[in-house]
Design a protein around this ligand. Sequence first.
Ligand SMILES: O=C1O[C@H](COP(=O)(O)O)[C@@H](O)[C@H](O)[C@H]1O
Length: 417
Amino acid sequence: MVNTCPHLIAEFFHKAPTNTLGGSRIHYPNGIPDNDVQPNKPYVCSIQTKQFPRVTSQNLHPSSSATKQKPSKNIAAPFPPVVPNFTFPICIYIRLFDTLRMASSSRVFSSYLRTLCSLPFRRSSPGIPLSSSFFIGKSGFGSLRLTSNLRKFECRTRASMAEIITPKSKGKVQVFDAEDELAVSLAKYTADLANKFSKEKDSFTVVLSGGSLIKSLRKLVEPPFIDSVDWSKWHVFWVDERVVPKDHPNSNYFLAYNDFLSKIPIPSGNVYAINDALAAEAAADDYETCLKHLVKSKIIDQSEITGFPKFDLILLGMGPDGHVASLFPSHPLVHENTKWVTCIKDSPKPPLERISFTLPVINASPYIALVVAGASKANSVHAALGPGPSSDMLPVQMVSPDGVVTWFLDKEAASKL
Ligand SMILES: O=C1O[C@H](COP(=O)(O)O)[C@@H](O)[C@H](O)[C@H]1O
């Protein structure tokens, strides 16, 4: 019986005409007897109830008349009068830990549902998976599992972040309801890695992109993160640069200096800008020489397998067309596999001339963050993370390191997943 269960799982289908939600009886799958239920193991069960009103997106709304129904005499409180607009697409499984009290109290149940309502993906959108399920554990940490007939996602969430677990090769994908939350998470991720590497090898080599990435790093230069790292251990590089003077508004260095570097106590000798006094090829060669020197002096690690430099962390942005660094779709530079640093003189995005790390350098990194926000990038995010192969590989799809790729997406960028 419910009362003897170490944890409970409720399931409801808000689309089905017989929707119910309640706690009078838990049915475990495949006829598992209640006393065989293992602690801390999730089961997808159904709750059979006659007491609660049917659950639909309407009657979960506070103003709905269903929420004002009188509860049956068997339940402690009316079924959630407080759950805001609730429009999960198909079906939801709620795992409740720690006993009967959770199932037997609709107040607890409704507080779980409130947490659930703050999740992304709660609105139906084109391409919404055919079914979804949601698990909430003891700590308030939950996950949303979305299943389509093409592929499976599993999302884990804390507050308004969902994590989509894709095939390993595609990396770890986090989706944030708001860009501000993305920025906090990125700051924590970066600070944690900086501390890990500073502790392990007394230095931290990090590579910046230009563009919107710098804005997304803004929380790192605010408390508590700014005080949580030893900036003297940092060595900062650029994955790409535009061939313009360092004080030009198009310069990636200029952007990073204004919004990031000028706000942190990093030794100026640890900031390795691309030489703006040289023409494109010379600047690329000069940067490669600089990197080789730093590999020799053991500031930068080197991949034992490929010989390419191995930066501790590469922070990558992605353009709406799926470009990363200054490696653009269908451009021959994406196939450069000898040089460490190269240049492009016909960039489809201005300015025409740019310097860029090559893909083997990017892919040598043990940690890559792909930071992508905004609806304009949703198609490329879908090409990279969505189901099925695409005929023309975007540069972002060629980011495939031996290490870990972590995607930081806002919900607009993830809207086509
Ligand atoms: O031109 C560039 O574009 C990409 C993406 O920029 P975003 O503003 O769309 O995020 C950027 O990552 C790269 O460093 C930059 O040179």
